[in-house]
Design a binder for this molecule. Structure first.
Ligand code: GLN
Length: 534
């Protein structure tokens, strides 16, 4: 096994610069040169994981194969690189402190005072090196959440400072900053970047490479000036300007040799280009698509980040079907029987989104009814699938007030119910059915048509399930259970063969779609949206 090399990525000036996209792009470029890589993210907040966080706080919660609830940046890592991340790829301050405090309670610090330095920083370093110790990687990209200057980020930066010293030529720091354009002066300003680098230097860290985010071309003058004032070689300062799609970022970075200068910092000389053929084909196809499809996302939030992976999967599937996609966020809370026509009649397809809690669920049920009776291609995901089941129970089976026990604990018809093993659980965090589970598909079903095989694995994040005692009643009335978990017998997929394409899945297919390997279910959905449109 090699000694892996570490690329640390920090951010300065403001948040939301897209550090995750830059980390994922560097990963893609190194893969395109044949290296083995992985990417990890360290988040300085105290929550153990983002599972309990509101999407307004932190966007979507991404779920790994091994059932860890993680930051949405891990979704970018997987979509850009096709690597599979695990719980070891996302570490929070909460996890670090939990480990240290548990060790203290066991008496493992042998009477010493437990402190941020060295005990917390040592645990951060241990976690940073852990992936390299268990896997065979050439490069480990480590992104630090937050912005340089945040109090909570300090232990992470101190850990990097120490590691950079210990790893010597096997560590490189990339710092991402922002260059604002001041319209009144008509000027681009590099001063915030200089201050941010100085802040890092004050902590003993010298960035090796700078990536400057901006809404416009910076020009060599600005880049050289920043290099000059920040002790960074001129060709190690690159720009990352706003682009029509995040998927162009790896290409723009390659054009400026970002991967080559990072490799040079490790003492690796490369005179070839990264192999981005397939990636470029994807971008080309995306640009060439002219026809458009309109897809509604019926959910609780009209917030991009809350449905990040769903949006990306839809957009990948659209590209591979040579279509542009227009997505419309529809807040299900606003839907009524009398206005549903206004919202959905012009849509080519509808996704009924996942979610938790009662708010907006009746609107999702109204949307499900509209799509089923008008035969609009529909994909229901997790809570969306549950609402399709409830709608069918109420309106086709005549089970009045059928519901999920999550929304109405005393429903007379609990067509969606709590799993037995969930009933005794009192803690909220990390206690759902999480991670990848197997599912066996019925030959001849729409689901089978999508995946082209009988055994699949998709990731889950939920507490409630289709209530099996009702299965026969549903199937006799035309809603079939076409995906079943082989171990537990739980229903994973429902569909109505009489409709053009009306499929609900208990799992989250959006976590497995990548740029080079789009998710089969989203592909089938978009394909059927197009065939229905035509
Ligand atoms: N709230 C539902 C459950 O826990 C669905 C969860 C989801 O959509 N991810 O079963």
């Amino acid at each position: 096994m090699n000694q892996p090399k570490y690329i640390f990525i920090t951010g300065g000036v403001v948040s939301s610069l897209g550090k995750g996209i830059i980390a994922a792009s560097i990963g893609r470029l190194l893969l395109a040169r044949g290296y083995k890589i992985t990417i990890q993210k360290f988040d300085p907040y105290i929550n153990i994981d983002p599972g309990t966080l509101n999407p307004y706080e932190h966007g979507e919660c991404y779920v790994t194969t091994d059932g860890c609830e993680t930051d949405l940046d891990l979704g970018h890592y997987e979509r850009f690189t096709d690597i599979r991340t695990t719980s070891a790829n996302n570490v929070t301050t909460g996890k670090i402190y939990k480990t240290v405090i548990e060790r203290e309670r066991k008496g493992e610090y042998l009477g010493r005072t437990v402190q941020v330095v060295p005990h917390i920083t040592d645990e951060i370093k241990r976690r940073m090196l852990q992936l390299g110790a268990v896997g065979d990687y050439d490069f480990i990209i480590t992104e630090i959440g937050g912005t340089v200057g945040d109090i909570e980020g300090l232990p992470f930066l101190e850990a990097i400072r120490q590691l950079k010293w210990e790893l010597g030529e096997n560590a490189v720091c990339v710092h991402l900053t922002y260059v604002p354009y001041i319209a009144a002066a008509g000027e681009l300003k590099s001063k915030p970047t200089q201050h941010s680098v100085r802040e890092l230097q004050g902590l003993g860290l010298q960035p090796d490479v700078l990536v400057l985010r901006s809404d416009r071309e910076l020009g060599r003058g600005v880049l050289d000036k920043v290099g000059h004032f920040c002790n960074v070689e001129k060709d190690c300062v690159v720009q990352s300007i706003d682009l029509p799609t995040i998927y162009e970022v790896p290409i723009k970075m390659a054009e400026q040799n970002l991967d080559a200068v990072i490799l040079r910092k490790f003492g690796i000389v490369c005179d070839t280009e990264p192999n981005l053929g397939e990636w470029k084909n994807f971008i080309c196809r995306r640009e060439q698509a002219s026809k458009e499809i309109s897809i509604a996302l019926v959910g609780k939030y009209d917030l991009q980040d809350a449905y990040k992976s769903i949006l990306e999967c839809l957009s990948q599937a659209a590209t591979y079907n040579d279509r542009k996609i227009k997505t419309h966020f529809i807040q299900s809370e606003n839907l009524t029987r009398s206005n549903i026509e206004d919202y959905l009649s012009t849509m080519d397809g509808v996704v009924i989104c996942p979610g938790f809690g009662q708010r907006g669920t009746e609107g999702k049920i109204i949307a499900a009814e509209y799509c089923r009776t008008r035969d609009i291609p529909t994909l229901g995901i997790c809570l969306g699938m549950q609402m399709m089941v409830i709608e069918f129970a109420r309106n086709v089976l005549g089970l009045n007030n059928a519901n999920s026990r999550e929304m109405n604990p005393s429903t007379p018809y609990n067509v969606i119910d709590l799993m037995e093993e969930q009933k005794s659980i009192t803690q909220m965090g990390g206690t759902m059915r999480l991670g990848a589970y197997s599912c066996v598909l019925s030959i001849g079903s729409k689901a089978y048509e999508a995946y082209c095989k009988t055994n699949i694995q998709e990731r889950h994040r939920h507490r409630y399930e289709f209530s099996s005692p009702y299965r026969q009643q549903f199937e006799e009335a035309g809603m079939l259970c076409t995906g079943i978990n082989p171990e537990s017998g739980l229903v994973e997929i429902v569909e109505i063969p009489a409709c053009h394409w009306y499929v609900g899945v208990q799992f989250h297919p959006e976590y497995t779609g990548t740029v080079l390997n789009p998710n089969p279910l989203f592909m089938a959905f978009v394909k059927n949206v197009i065939s229905k449109q035509e």
